[in-house]
Write a protein that binds this ligand. Structure first.
Ligand code: SF4
Length: 211
């Protein structure tokens, strides 16, 4: 059974597929933070802006494989229907629960299946697109994929080293820190201006308040 926080349609707001209509399947749970505010400061990953705890979100719940496929199809068809199907498996950490059967079944229904992972769990599943956004150097295992996304600024990553890894696209995403949000956006743009292949990724779904 899959524990799902929420399933919803929106546009992809960040990274390579920014602007593309998508269904988001957000799994409950993460291996880098338990999701409790009182523990956030001491968590391995402590700048998370996502609620991935429990199964109480839109279309959240505990699903069998057949049920989850049916629900994803339903959510897609309610809004988009006629265009190329696109699903983003996210979290929390989706690799804690995702398996080949789920990905294969989604593909059989015509979905292009993208993964957004923190890269701490090895991947032996044939995704259509893999975006890795590492949060901890020591626990980071998945060092190849389609898209590497680094929250910026962050001192723990050497961007000159990272750009040599086997990814097609390299994104820097401004740290969404309330007090320094604008500063982080400007720092990200400045860095990308003079450091190819890094390219800025903004969370436009937040700016546009799209859901
Ligand atoms: S790894 Fe991702 S989901 Fe987990 S706590 Fe960090 S930002 Fe949140």
């Amino acid at each position: 059974m899959f524990k799902v926080k929420e399933i919803f349609s929106s546009i992809q707001g960040e990274g390579f597929y920014t602007g593309r209509p998508a269904v988001f399947l957000r799994f409950a749970g993460c291996n880098l933070w338990n999701g409790k505010l009182k523990d956030k400061q001491n968590a391995i990953c402590n700048f998370c802006d996502t609620d991935f705890v429990g199964t109480d979100g839109q279309n959240g719940g505990t699903y069998s494989l057949n049920q989850i496929i049916e629900k994803v199809e339903q959510v897609w068809n309610q809004k988009y229907k006629a265009i190329q199907k696109f699903i983003v498996l996210t979290g929390g950490e989706p690799m804690l629960q995702t398996n080949s059967s789920l990905v294969q079944s989604l593909k059989q229904k015509g979905f292009f299946v993208a993964l957004e992972t923190n890269g701490t769990i090895d991947i032996n599943i044939n995704f259509d697109w893999i975006c890795v956004s590492p949060k901890n150097l020591n626990l980071w295992k998945v060092k190849k994929g389609d898209e590497l996304k680094i929250i910026y600024p962050q001192s723990k990553f050497n961007l000159n080293y990272l750009k040599k890894l086997n990814f097609k696209y390299f994104f820097l995403q401004p740290l969404d820190d309330n007090k320094k949000k604008q500063v982080n956006i400007m720092k990200t743009i400045d860095y990308c201006r003079s450091h190819k292949p890094w390219f800025p990724s903004f969370q436009i779904h937040k700016t546009l308040n799209v859901n």
